[in-house]
Design a protein around this ligand. Sequence first.
Ligand code: C2E
Ligand code: MG
Ligand code: MG
Ligand code: MG
Length: 285
Amino acid sequence: YAAKQRKDGAVVYDPEIDQGSQQSLSLLSELRRAIDRDEFRLHVQPKLMLASGKVVGVEALVRWVHPERGFIGPDDFIPFAEKTGFIRTLTRWVLEQSAALCAELNARGLDLKLSVNLSTRDLLDLELPGKFADILMRHQVRSSSFCLEITESSIMDDPVRAQQTLERLHAMGVELSIDDFGTGYSSLAYLKRLPVDELKIDKSFVQNMARDADDRKIVRSTIDLGHNMGLRVVAEGIENVEVWHLLVAMGCEQGQGYFMSRPMPSDQFLDWLQRWQAPTPAVAV
Ligand code: C2E
Ligand code: MG
Ligand code: MG
Ligand code: MG
């Protein structure tokens, strides 16, 4: 790799050799530093009952405000965090922040569900359920206030171990959701095998469903599939009121999307909630 032995025996890093891994090394150390320097931000996006417009929860979505490079979205560092194992640290941070938010909401009499995204590495981490239980206890919040979102592809690597972790989490009373449903592989096999409570239809099918008949067919079939499996169905990527109405007509219980709200810094959520008014009538079917 990039290390070179000097005559005096010291090992130095030569930027000419293996620039890729050199950059990876510095990105990893920047991520580690970002925790200490408090550069991650918890954003949340409201999750609503589609028929009534009532807010029932929020999804936690992490962002990185880098001192030089500015705002960085999760798609630009989560895959790297997964590859290097840093995701375990980050997931704990997100769970910790979400639990703190949950406690704050509870203190104001709000019983909302916190949805948190998990990655491959998290499912292979046998310590996760214990660590999570510890976080819940410290913040005095209930496990049933949480829903953990997992993607189909993230279950693939080591299905047996992933299933073990998920079963332990579910036994704690945490809800589980299959995220981005329809975009991965073997999705049906996982629906059958895992202790899932919720199915989330990927936004790529939802966004354009008012215009695209094929998307509508896929969404309708997915909603029916979810219901037949006894699951709650959530649509992500609702960008206009037409899509909202179509989903209500199809019997989809919950949804989230830019039409209701983009993800916002978590400390703005209470203000947003006070101002939120579902378009009347929320249901026009
Ligand atoms: P996801 O979990 O499927 O989250 C939904 C993504 O869709 C979010 O992107 C959200 O901002 C976006 N979205 C929501 N409504 C709309 C809409 O109406 N239109 C469009 N075009 N997009 C919408 P975001 O925040 O950039 O996150 C991207 C992905 O990064 C997430 O997809 C999730 O897989 C991952 N991610 C985010 N935060 C975390 C985290 O804390 N841990 C882990 N492991 N992954 C995370
Ligand atoms: Mg998600
Ligand atoms: Mg999703
Ligand atoms: Mg996604």
